[in-house]
Design a protein around this ligand. Structure first.
Ligand code: GLU
Length: 468
């Protein structure tokens, strides 16, 4: 079997959009699954709209998602001489021709056609002109689209799609300034880069018949196409900023993990029985383009959040701790400057945090010197007996041979038995003393994580501040 080659070909005119990321992911997965090659090509022929910032944003987004490429990045702006060669070849072979019609003439023809109820197509004035002397008149180069016949392909997602050639215009492939146009360069690149499969958004379906005719004119094999349905918002309109963030990196900044994003994106259109949780490795094994649905996926932020919570809960605490540092720094905390071990902190919080922001917010109390206390909680949890109970607890903790959760629990049990109280009579006060809040990680875990000295310090301060 010959080598399978796929590509992601973003136009660098903005950030990496979730739709683009999903297209990249599908191409990447299919390349990996079939031991093929995944190419990154930056479609920057539109120099006025392409920016280096967008190129960097694309690289950053791909790297964050873990979508590495085998070849590239290739930039279309580096390939103009190649496109020129191919255009010259088509002209020499009579498959493309110079068109001298001016913009005004074309506009007049367009208006006339519209008035007469026809399609505003190029009328072919220059299609059969005898070769002209180059007298300095500006011209474009048009592709000679066959007037008859049908162009069709078997789309891997949408099934057979056909277009009447008569519906297609004689496409401009070179502008008056000598630069090549979009549909043409895409084909030349896909030919020179030997693409075997093209997976892209279904907003390109109308380009495909034009592109197929160009492949045929170049005598090049036509790749297999798969057009992926758009992503919609909850209101069934095309996903846009109105629906929330559409930039992949905005999700990182909102505390999402790349594995949650990948898992979410792949399920937006693709399914595998009832399964919901897929790692990249699972996906390489299980993904198939045939299981991508024909209908558009609806972006569901709650499901993304659910997946993110799953990946935080089950994530490696060492890695999560590492990812958490920038979020903590944004909140003025640098765990390298002291305080409990961040990995231990993460272990106490990952069960409940849905995003890295929640994880960061939840971790703050561990690193604060002076807590403020939840007033309502204090009113309920503290009474005249509390200082003595807390002091007795600290003594018991200090006497433990090791401060682990099991022994801490044992110390609580002994305290409760000795004083004839229930956990509810001391637990909430401990929780407030250590975290300032009524919602925190488990008390035993918190004590273990803070260590004896810090636990003691916090309890003594709470007694001093709250039991005056
Ligand atoms: N540059 C195009 C886009 O960003 C992709 C073209 C293609 O995949 O053929 O939509």
């Amino acid at each position: 079997m010959s080598e399978v080659r796929l590509r992601f070909a973003p136009s660098p005119t903005g950030y990496l959009h979730v739709g683009g990321a999903r297209t990249a992911l599908f191409n990447w997965l299919l390349a990996k699954k079939q031991h093929g090659t995944f190419v990154l090509r930056i479609e920057d022929t539109d120099v006025t709209r392409s920016t280096q910032e967008s190129v960097d944003a694309i690289f950053e987004g791909m790297k964050w998602l873990g979508l590495d490429w085998d070849e590239g990045p290739f930039f279309q702006s580096d390939c103009f001489p190649v496109y020129k060669e191919y255009i010259d070849r088509l002209v020499a072979e009579g498959k493309a021709y110079k068109c001298y019609c001016t913009v005004e003439e074309l506009e007049a023809k367009r208006e006339k056609a519209l008035k007469e109820g026809g399609k505003p197509k190029y009328d072919g004035t220059c299609r059969d002109l005898p070769p002209q002397e180059d007298d300095g008149r500006p011209y474009v180069i048009r592709f000679r689209t066959p007037k008859e016949g049908v162009t069709s392909w078997n789309d891997l997602i949408k099934g057979k799609i056909s277009f009447e050639n008569a519906e297609l215009d004689d496409l401009i492939i070179q502008r008056t300034d000598g630069t090549p146009t979009y549909n043409f360069v895409v084909v030349v690149d896909d030919v020179t880069m030997r693409m075997t499969t093209v997976i892209r958004g279904d907003d390109h379906v109308n380009n495909t018949p034009r592109q197929i005719l160009i492949y045929e004119a170049l005598g090049a094999p036509v790749p297999v196409f798969a057009h992926v349905p758009m992503i919609l918002g909850a209101d069934k309109a095309r996903l846009s900023k109105r629906h929330g963030a559409t930039s992949v990196m905005a999700y990182r900044d909102m505390g999402f993990l790349p594995e949650a994003m990948v898992n979410y994106l792949v399920r937006l259109g693709w399914s595998y029985g009832d399964e919901e949780i897929f790692s990249l490795t699972d996906l390489i094994e299980k993904f198939s383009i045939e299981n991508v649905g024909r209908s558009a996926g609806v972006f569901n932020p709650d499901k993304l959040l659910w997946l993110n919570a799953h990946y935080i809960k089950t994530g490696d605490p060492v890695r999560l701790a590492d990812l958490l540092i920038p979020f903590l720094k944004e909140r003025g905390v640098d765990p390298a400057q002291g305080g409990p071990d961040l990995v231990a902190v993460v272990k106490t919080l990952q069960e409940r945090a849905k995003t890295m922001l929640e994880l960061a917010d939840g971790a703050l109390f561990y690193y604060k010197d002076e807590l403020s206390y939840d007033e309502q909680g204090v009113a309920k949890a503290f009474n005249a007996d509390t200082p003595a109970l807390l002091t007795a607890l600290v003594e018991k903790l200090a006497a433990l041979p090791a401060l682990d959760a099991a022994q801490i629990e044992q110390a609580f049990k002994e305290l409760m038995a000795e004083k004839g109280i229930k956990l509810g009579q001391v637990g909430p006060a401990v929780r407030l003393s250590l975290s300032g809040s009524t919602a925190s990680p488990g008390i035993y875990e918190m004590i273990e994580t803070l260590g004896l000295t810090e636990t003691k310090k916090r309890i003594e301060r709470a007694i001093a501040v709250l039991c005056r």
